[in-house]
Design a protein around this ligand. Structure first.
Ligand SMILES: Cc1cc2nc3c(=O)[nH]c(=O)nc-3n(C[C@H](O)[C@H](O)[C@H](O)COP(=O)(O)O)c2cc1C
Length: 131
């Protein structure tokens, strides 16, 4: 992820809290917890759609999203643009298998292009744009 190893590490940490925000057609912000937020590569992140009714309705009208991870005093915010809602293919199959092992069924895996990254930690770098 743009060679920002600490950002990648926090999003991949099973113990970090991950928040996924979208915006409705009317401009209303909707934030949910999404434990499945994952880093695919330096440019791409993804999330598993298990429920996400309002979130997916928002994404149909506005492809911009914010992905935030926090653990302790460390936090990073990724502003992203939706690429695709995958309902088949290798990525979908891999994630579906992981969720099936937890007796959960996914509807899709949604991929995003990383647009901007901010450090939102409680410290002197809080608010600083990293990418
Ligand atoms: C710890 C935790 C992790 C969650 N992870 C996911 C997830 O990965 N995917 C998902 O669809 N919903 C997940 N949810 C449920 C969402 O927060 C949300 O309640 C649900 O998707 C409905 O979203 P909506 O308001 O967009 O309809 C999680 C909830 C919690 C509390």
């Amino acid at each position: 992820m743009k060679n920002l190893e600490n950002v990648k590490k926090l999003f991949q940490d099973r113990e970090s809290v991950k928040i996924f925000s979208t915006v409705s057609k009317e401009g209303e912000i909707h934030s949910i917890v999404a434990g499945s937020i994952m880093v695919i590569d330096d440019d791409t992140m993804a999330v598993a759609e298990v429920f996400m009714n309002t979130t997916c309705a928002n994404l149909e009208n506005n492809n911009k999203a914010a992905l935030l991870a926090v653990k302790g005093m460390e936090s990073y915010l990724v502003n992203a643009t939706m690429q695709k809602r995958h309902t088949d293919g290798q990525l979908y199959d891999n994630v579906a298998k992981q969720f099936a092992a937890m007796n959960m069924q996914i509807k899709s895996v949604i991929t995003f292009t990383i647009d901007k990254i901010y450090d939102e930690s409680a410290g002197p770098n809080g608010g600083k744009q990293l990418f």
